[in-house]
Design a protein around this ligand. Structure first.
Ligand SMILES: NC(=O)C1=CN([C@@H]2O[C@H](COP(=O)(O)OP(=O)(O)OC[C@H]3O[C@@H](n4cnc5c(N)ncnc54)[C@H](O)[C@@H]3O)[C@@H](O)[C@H]2O)C=CC1
Ligand SMILES: N/C(=C\C=C\C(=O)O)C(=O)O
Length: 487
């Protein structure tokens, strides 16, 4: 008898109920290249139902006290934490990331996102000014905006989705959310917890499917006044155009081409180990990953030697391997795209020092069709080459020398993106000068990716519009009104 394959079949979550979909998209296990899950291929009809459910839930949810909403968010955080291991296993299988990253970083952060905004809404204040000469007091009020459209990517699935859902509902909005069709499993699992957490039906609706069908229907819907999106700059451009007729409020968190600037007085061991991490964490699939490393001439040779040695030790393995530093990339297409950049670099005169084409992968036979790639270090690249200008979003990084502070600032700024940078030096004055002159939304000095969720997260130039964080998300997810009282 022929062996019948069984798949994990996801359902939309609309108005507090799981609703099946008649057609599905194949979702692949990146470590084997095999289909293991079927994701609803929803369209306009499902989006309409979800927006209606969100509109219906809005009056009651938005009039709840912050304390009441906060309790529900805390409960949801507790429930995610109680199921941490199931979420971590599912995220690692669905995305290809290591179980270590899913278990120790991403799922705990998804739970913390709810806890963070559950607390932060209890401490909001609004502005008030006095105008005694006119016998007036002015003050502002803030109210939720309405139905929030939230679209998230595949690189940190639950972590980035909850970073949007938590502030949106904490401030009293209701939600239609669309995770990436490539990584929908943990969002679906989270829906199973909403009822137990006490979230009323319709407050969060999740519609699974592709960008062109579900995403387009959300961003061009007149009853969704606000869109928060994380993903590529090209999709963001489309969203700006599609939403323009409705004057929607947009928060766009996009790609980066993040420089590491390493001066010759930097602590070499620390900057090598952190820059390996910043280049290759999560397979280089984080918008904050370093992909251009500028090293001051006197340190260049020593840095390169140690950096290549450390990159070779950055172990690629199965996502379930506890000793692996890196798992599989998200998809076959993405793997081809990243490899394409490496070939292009060689055509443009680049020299590959380790990784793709130099060493071989050590992966079990049953995973040979998985989307694995070794951490790859390239030198001898011109600043205007593809690999130095475009977002690769994979484990590929370029190392180039520089001589002076002025020169490196100009070269680091010479890309269309402006998300994040790292600066390495023991000269405090220099660190401050350089950080101020970089055209990026975030600068980490002598460290990387240490986050205070209170402070603004986001980029300049093609890296985005708007910021997320305690105060910024409060402002984005609420409508402000100025009231003047004459007395
Ligand atoms: N966090 C980041 O900065 C991310 C950057 N990227 C960059 O984008 C490149 C392409 O990756 P993609 O998966 O194609 O990113 P993408 O921007 O197309 O996908 C992000 C989200 O947008 C949705 N989407 C796609 N088309 C849409 C549309 N027309 N309307 C509304 N939503 C839409 C997707 O379904 C997904 O949920 C990557 O190689 C990487 O360079 C991708 C994902 C995350
Ligand atoms: N937005 C992304 C990463 C965020 C990291 C953080 O909030 O700590 C991304 O990769 O798109």
């Amino acid at each position: 008898m022929a062996h019948q394959r069984t798949y994990l079949v996801l359902e939309n979550y609309i108005g507090g109920k799981f609703t099946p979909c008649s057609s599905h998209i194949d979702s692949y296990d990146p470590s084997t290249g095999e289909v293991y899950c079927k994701v609803p291929d929803s369209g306009e009809q499902e989006v309409e139902l979800a927006i209606s459910a969100a509109q219906e839930a809005f009056p009651e949810w938005s009039s709840k006290s912050p304390e009441a909403r906060s309790q529900i968010l805390y409960k949801l955080a507790d429930l995610i934490e109680a199921h941490l291991e199931e979420f971590a296993q599912a995220e690692s299988k669905d995305q290809g990331k290591t179980i270590t990253v899913a278990r120790n970083i991403e799922i705990p952060r998804a739970s913390y996102n709810f806890r963070f905004f559950a607390s932060s809404i209890l401490h909001h204040t609004t502005d008030c000014t006095q105008m005694d000469r006119m016998s007036c007091t002015h003050f502002t009020t803030r109210t939720p905006v309405g139905v929030a459209g939230l679209i998230s990517p595949w690189n940190m699935p639950l972590y980035l989705l909850t970073w949007k859902i938590a502030p949106a509902i904490a401030m009293g909005n209701t939600v239609i959310a669309k995770p990436s069709e490539m990584t929908s499993v943990t969002a679906w699992m989270m829906c199973k917890l909403f009822d137990e957490a006490g979230l009323p039906p319709g407050v969060v609706n999740i519609v699974f499917g592709t960008g062109p069908r579900v995403g387009t229907a959300i961003v061009s819907h007149p009853n969704v006044p606000l869109i928060s999106f994380t993903g590529s700059t090209s999709t963001a451009q489309y969203i700006r155009e599609a939403s323009a007729p409705y004057c929607k409020r947009l928060s766009l968190e996009l790609g980066g081409k993040n420089p590491a600037i390493i001066f010759d007085d930097a602590n070499l061991d620390e900057c090598v180990s952190t820059t390996v991490r910043s280049s290759f964490s999560n397979q280089g699939e984080i918008c904050l990953c370093t992909s251009r490393i500028f090293v001051q001439k006197n340190l260049y040779k020593a840095f390169l030697e140690k950096f290549v040695e450390a990159s070779r030790k950055w172990k690629v393995g199965l996502p379930s391997d506890l000793t692996a530093n890196m798992g599989a990339l998200i998809s076959k297409e993405h793997l081809q795209k990243v490899k394409g950049y490496i070939s292009q670099a060689q055509k443009e005169g680049g020299k590959i020092l380790c990784g793709e084409g130099i060493e071989s992968l050590d992966i079990p036979d049953k995973n040979k069709m998985g989307y694995f790639l070794l951490p790859t270090v390239i030198t001898d690249m011109m600043d205007d080459s593809c690999c130095m200008q475009e977002e690769i979003f994979g484990p590929v990084t370029c190392v180039v020398p520089f001589e002076t502070e002025e020169e490196v600032i100009q070269r680091a700024n010479n890309v269309k993106f402006g998300l994040a940078a790292t600066v390495w030096s023991q000269d405090v004055g220099r660190v401050h000068r350089v950080a101020k002159k970089l055209h990026t939304g975030m600068v980490w000095t002598n460290c990387w990716l240490i986050r205070d969720l209170n402070l603004p997260f986001g980029g300049m130039k093609a890296s985005g519009v708007g910021r997320e964080g305690a105060k910024d998300s409060f402002e984005f997810f609420t409508e402000v009104k100025t009231i003047t009282m004459k007395h």
